[in-house]
Design a binder for this molecule. Structure first.
Ligand code: AMP
Ligand code: TRP
Length: 330
């Protein structure tokens, strides 16, 4: 890997079934980034436990997500793929950063307010963004590809980097969020006014990354469209068809403009047929690769352990520097 590549870091929580929103909003972008940047992608198991987890499932889910990422095209040679809890520096720096984080900043976080309403007031939920800041700052990341929902947390990472640097001397780079323009918010198929989500009341809301062709065709067929006949992008007046256009554009790497021209005199039905086939073509090879890789979990674990070693080399250096600056006996 070239030394002068910029550094990109991101984490994903190991949470159950992944859908098209996760694929287009996060995974696809990671795969594209690994060529251009030096990338560190980790499975955020320490963040996952801020919501109740069944201890019987956590390790399997962690391995499953890693397998899926590899199936989607992340390459062990090009990216450092690892499990957050395998690199202890994350928690150490997290603790140190907690000591300079004003409580008010954490209590203001939208995600904290929403989640604590459902789960009760747990210190882990409150401190979640501080841990996230540590995850990022340890690698001196310049860019952090995330969904819109994480932007507020990223602001805190920037604030903490500045604060630490001012108080103890220049140590951390200030990271920047990288948001996709299109695909950053894939909307629900049955209700295009809300984002696609696996916690939606109906499974017809989303295309699961593991949905079979029959299911994909069925869900696209019944996806909500709008009145009128034209296939044009207009999220206010035509939210249903606009969402499907964005999905098609992302899946086929064709611009929305080109798609509008291509489907100028075509029906919703024809467009939906093509979209379903494009999705089947995109997802089938990923599913096949996933099944292949799943046969050898030991190999995945080896990749993750090697990733943790590589991550640890960088993370422990930054941690040492931060400890030195804070005045610890080393
Ligand atoms: P989550 O499973 O909610 O933790 O999301 C994992 C990643 O997928 C995050 O980067 C989210 O921003 C992204 N994501 C989740 N849902 C969507 C969606 N409907 N559209 C675009 N990105 C999404
Ligand atoms: N909180 C992020 C999410 O829910 C996951 C995450 C944890 C993360 N640590 C991170 C993302 C560091 C980017 C950088 O999606």
């Amino acid at each position: 890997m070239a030394v002068n590549k910029k550094i990109a870091v991101s984490g994903v929580r190991p949470s159950g079934e992944l859908h098209l929103g996760n694929y287009l909003g996060a995974i696809k972008q990671f795969v594209e980034l690994q060529k251009k940047y030096k990338t560190f992608f980790f499975i955020a198991d320490l963040h996952a436990i801020t919501e109740p987890q069944d201890p019987k499932n956590l390790s399997k889910q962690t391995l499953d997500i890693a397998t899926l990422y590899l199936a989607c095209g992340l390459k062990a040679k090009e990216t450092v793929l690892f499990v957050q809890s395998h690199v202890p520096a994350h928690v150490e720096l997290g603790w140190m950063l907690n000591t300079i984080t004003p409580l008010g900043e954490l209590e203001r976080m939208t995600q904290f307010k929403e989640k604590s309403e459902r789960q009760g007031l747990l210190a882990g939920l409150l401190n979640y963004p501080v841990q996230m800041a540590a995850d990022i700052l340890l690698y001196q990341a310049e860019i952090v590809p995330v969904g819109e929902d994480q932007v507020q947390h990223l602001e805190l990472a920037r604030t903490l980097a500045r604060k630490f640097n001012t108080r103890f001397g220049n140590t951390f780079k200030e990271p920047q969020a990288l948001l996709r323009k299109e695909g950053a918010r894939v909307m629900g198929l049955d209700d295009p006014s809300k984002k696609m989500s696996k916690s939606a009341p109906s499974a017809n809301n989303y295309i699961g990354v593991f949905d079979d062709p029959e299911n994909i065709r069925r869900k696209i067929k019944i996806a909500v469209t709008d009145s009128g006949k034209e296939i044009v992008y207009d999220p206010t007046k035509k939210p249903g068809i606009s969402n499907l256009l964005v999905i098609m554009s992302q899946i086929s790497d064709t611009s929305v403009k080109e798609l509008e021209a291509k489907y100028k005199n075509k029906s919703y039905g024809e467009f939906k047929n093509d979209l379903a086939e494009a999705l089947v073509q995109k997802l089938s090879p990923i599913q096949k690769k996933y099944r292949e890789l799943s046969k050898n979990p030991k190999k995945i674990l080896t990749i993750l352990k090697r990733g943790a070693e590589d991550a640890n080399k960088i993370a422990s250096q930054t941690l040492l520097e931060a400890k030195r600056k804070m005045g610890f006996l080393i």
